[in-house]
Design a protein around this ligand. Structure first.
Ligand code: GLU
Length: 318
């Protein structure tokens, strides 16, 4: 297949996924974080970025939204770079909890130790694991790696952060439970503060696709050409995304789409096709599990149209 045909196929897949899912009903904005409840629900953007650095977009792909839970992937990458994948797995865990993203029960069932870096407890412990001299340094390192993944300087939304810092009592409880088991690696409330800030970074669907394309290309950002993570750490990151990236629907996602993914309650979803590209979409209304209704459908449609499932063709989910 020529490069030109490939390009038109990609363009069409992204445009079609946007057009066909634009009017998809259902879902509701996250309401437990006041700011997120106020984002216009009809926003919808789709983007794909290849490992060659080509960018394809449709709809509101340049609208800035809160990264939220997708930030967990990049903080995991940072901590893994610092301590190594093996130590990281021993300290944070690698297995799906099978429970909601902010579950206390999942902690209680495992001696108050986290199981997975991609749900809140393990993600807060991961933030605490980043080697830093103080709170500001910890946050700047995390913002730094998010920006390196995106290939541009990202910044925090004061509105999102303010909204979350004043309502994040549940996450503080998770951190204290882990502290009781010796599973926090910095002062617990410092870690929650920084974790909350890392969730408040503003990104677009294009940024998210570039971030994913950096993983798709073995840790090198395809737009800047800069290495962001060691290649040896990419496979464990993608493995975690495959197992628990879409909350308690991660199994359904693997069954129907077959790509490592990550979603956030801000309405973003990312999927990575190793060696090829990343697909990202954003739309605020979430299904009951916490995944964006339209973004899920759009990313799945692009992946299917381009036959990206590494396991082969899978049945359509609807
Ligand atoms: N900041 C959110 C929280 O900690 C992120 C949750 C998510 O996107 O899953 O509750």
């Amino acid at each position: 297949m020529t490069q030109v045909m490939e390009k038109s196929r990609l363009e069409e897949a992204v445009a079609q996924a946007h057009a066909e899912n634009k009017a998809l009903p259902g879902g509701a904005n996250a309401s437990y974080i006041p700011y997120l409840a106020s984002v216009p629900s009809d926003l919808f953007g789709v983007a794909a970025v290849t490992t060659g650095g080509e960018v394809f977009t449709a709809g509101d792909a340049k609208f800035e939204f809160a990264i939220e839970s997708i930030s967990k992937v990049f903080t995991m990458a940072l901590a893994m770079e610092q301590v190594g994948a093996d130590t990281f797995r021993k300290k944070i865990g690698a297995d799906p909890t099978g429970e909601a993203f902010n579950s206390v029960i999942a902690l209680e069932l495992h001696g108050d130790r986290p199981l997975s870096p991609l749900v809140n407890a393990g993600a807060i412990a991961t933030t605490s694991l980043v080697a830093a001299k103080d709170k500001e340094d910890r946050y700047q390192q995390i913002l730094g790696i998010q920006s390196a993944f995106a290939g541009r300087p990202l910044s925090m939304s004061q509105d999102v952060n303010g909204s979350e810092q004043s309502t994040n009592f549940h996450n503080r409880a998770l951190a204290w439970l882990m502290q009781s088991a010796g599973a926090m690696y910095s002062e617990p409330m410092e870690a929650v503060d920084v974790y909350t800030r890392q969730c408040s970074t503003l990104i677009t669907a294009v940024d998210l696709a570039v971030m994913g394309a950096t993983l798709a290309s073995g840790g090198v950002n395809p737009l800047t050409g800069k290495r962001v993570v060691q290649t040896q750490n990419v496979a464990p990151i993608l493995a975690e995304m495959m197992m628990e990236g879409l909350y308690t629907a991660s199994g359904d996602w693997a069954y129907t789409v077959g790509l490592p993914g990550k979603s956030g309650v801000g309405g973003g979803i990312l999927a990575v096709a190793p060696g090829k590209m990343a697909i990202a979409a954003f739309s605020p209304p979430l299904d009951p599990v916490g995944n964006s209704v339209r973004a899920q459908a759009a990313v799945a449609d692009v992946a299917r149209a381009l036959a990206l499932n590494p396991f082969g063709p899978a049945p359509a989910p609807r």
